[in-house]
Design a protein around this ligand. Structure first.
Ligand SMILES: Cc1cc2nc3c(=O)[nH]c(=O)nc-3n(C[C@H](O)[C@H](O)[C@H](O)COP(=O)(O)O)c2cc1C
Length: 224
């Protein structure tokens, strides 16, 4: 696949076929992803790749705690809720997804069901937990580097016919993930990525999210 085909074709996948993903293929994708640049080549990232029963236990634990109203506990700063144009974009993509799934604004049950899918890692056959070395905690370079490797990973997956979604919901109950994935104490949980073969019949998988324009995002200096 050409680079443009990967970057322009990739989109977040939230519905998966149940077919397993070979371990060797996941290794290949992680190897590609780790060509990502990092601050001073520190490569702060690590990966816990989970499938089968341990993943089912994480799904169940996440769901149980969210339904019971246990407050979120993430291992990094989350900032304030979005406002203004950021909120507009958040709502924009949610509207696209709900429209594709036929979920109306006032259908509380279906909306709740959609939210719970995220806590179940979208029922993907594989979940990758991205962690970083705790000794690097406190540097903003560290989450930046994790973002670089996560983006490379979802693109590498796409180039091999696999789908993925970077998923904050999956690590909102980090003690559940920590317990069932056996995350080492010297690791901080950064993010989860659901991974598997895309189910083409799942409507939300067809959604192409919008982007602001280059002129909105970019200031060119010294070109004229
Ligand atoms: C840091 C991060 C966290 C995300 N968390 C979630 C999530 O919790 N649930 C979800 O459905 N999508 C999540 N996404 C996917 C974004 O919604 C998605 O990347 C964005 O809307 C752009 O769509 P695209 O990936 O299809 O291009 C997350 C993406 C990133 C980068």
């Amino acid at each position: 696949m050409l680079f443009d085909d990967v970057v322009l074709g990739r989109r977040s996948i939230r519905g998966y076929k149940p077919n397993p993903v070979p371990k060797e293929l996941i290794e290949e994708i992680i190897r590609l992803a780790m060509r990502a640049p990092s601050s001073m080549n520190t490569q702060p990232w690590n990966f816990y790749v989970i499938t089968g029963e341990p993943l089912n236990r994480i799904r169940a634990g996440n769901t149980e705690r969210m339904v019971a109203g246990v407050p979120q506990s993430r291992e990094f700063r989350t900032g304030q809720g979005f406002t203004g144009q950021h909120r507009d974009r958040q709502v924009g993509v949610a509207k696209q997804l709900f429209a594709a799934m036929g979920i109306s604004r006032d259908d509380k049950e279906k909306r709740q069901d959609w939210v719970l899918r995220g806590f179940r890692q979208f029922d993907a056959p594989v979940c990758i937990i991205v962690t970083y070395d705790r000794v690097l905690d406190g540097s903003d370079d560290t989450p930046f580097d994790c973002g670089a490797v996560a983006t490379a990973l979802v693109n590498a997956a796409w180039s091999r016919g696999l789908g993925a979604v970077i998923n904050s919901q999956g690590i909102m109950q980090s003690p559940v993930v920590r317990e069932h994935a056996g995350i080492a104490d010297d690791q901080v949980i950064m993010k989860s990525i659901a991974l598997g073969w895309p189910d083409e019949s799942f409507p939300a998988n067809a959604v192409i999210s919008e982007r602001k324009s280059v002129s909105e995002a970019t200031v060119f200096v010294g070109f004229d």
